[in-house]
Design a protein around this ligand. Structure first.
Ligand code: PXP
Length: 254
């Protein structure tokens, strides 16, 4: 059962365990083993992105995650007929619709929920009817949030990539854009998640935002696992998130 008792959930993205595996072919390191380890370390969910080019997670990984995991699986997917069929076949806990370009190294921007509205709405409806919780990965922009609402997605995930790449005043401005978007999401009844590029150093201000209820984090933690192990990397991230959240809750009630 999903753990809903925590104020801020942590979803661990295991894609890059598969990236390392695929660099050599073969079976290891195994992203499903990483998912089980993440669960022991306190993750509330597992995220995996089945890309159209299968550059990291494979169809077999999704089969095994669905079979072996007791945590909720958040399947990241492009809005294509192929991915829709896969999601409908498996019926994961959640599906996060992301934009996908073959030439990009990672998901570089948010989904255009405004421009893609008429294509995304029937796709979201089919997923919802299958019992899958639909989330749209979008930029922190009220226009995109309103479009997500109209599409019928109950959840949005705000793209924190720009915030993570910027510095100084530009980063502060982007953080404010995320805060405003999270408030707007809550005001129109959308559950608000966030992710992309988060690290020990930049997670605090995002974790402080009270309307955000889930963070999805992958690349940095898998990299940290090389030095200190996955368990300790996840536990440290969890502690930093909880500390920031508790401090901001304290400030609001003071
Ligand atoms: N959320 C979404 C929708 C993503 O596409 C990704 C990257 O796959 C993440 C979160 C995690 O980003 P990172 O690997 O940079 O932590």
């Amino acid at each position: 059962m999903p753990n809903v008792s925590r104020p801020l959930r942590l979803g661990i993205n295991v894609d890059h365990v598969a990236t390392i595996r695929n660099a050599r072919g073969g079976d290891f390191p195994d992203p499903v083993r990483a998912a089980v380890a993440a669960q022991k370390a306190g993750a509330d969910g597992i995220t995996a992105h089945l890309r159209e080019d299968r550059r990291h997670i494979s169809d077999g990984d999704i089969d095994r995650l669905m079979r072996d995991l007791t945590l909720p699986l958040n399947l990241e997917m492009a809005a294509t007929d192929e991915m829709l069929a896969i999601a409908l076949r498996h019926g994961p806990h959640a599906a996060c619709i992301v934009p996908e370009k073959r030439e990009e190294r990672t998901t570089e921007g948010g989904l255009d929920a405004v421009g893609g509205h008429d294509r995304l709405k029937p796709l979201a409806t089919k997923l919802r009817e299958r019992g899958v919780r639909v989330s749209l990965f979008i930029e922190p922009d009220p226009v995109q949030l309103d479009a997500a609402k109209s599409i019928g997605a109950p959840v949005v995930e705000l793209h924190t990539g720009s915030y993570c790449l910027l510095n100084g005043a530009a980063r502060d401005a982007e953080l404010e854009r995320i805060r405003t978007a999270a408030r707007h999401a809550a005001s129109i009844g959308l559950e608000c998640h966030a992710g992309h590029g988060l690290t020990f150093d930049n997670v605090g201000p995002i974790a402080e935002i009270p309307e955000i209820v889930e963070l999805n984090i992958g690349h940095f933690l898998i990299g940290e696992a090389i030095f200190g192990g996955l368990d300790s990397a996840i536990r440290r991230m969890r502690a930093l998130m909880d500390k920031a959240r508790a401090a901001s809750a304290g400030e609001r009630s003071a």
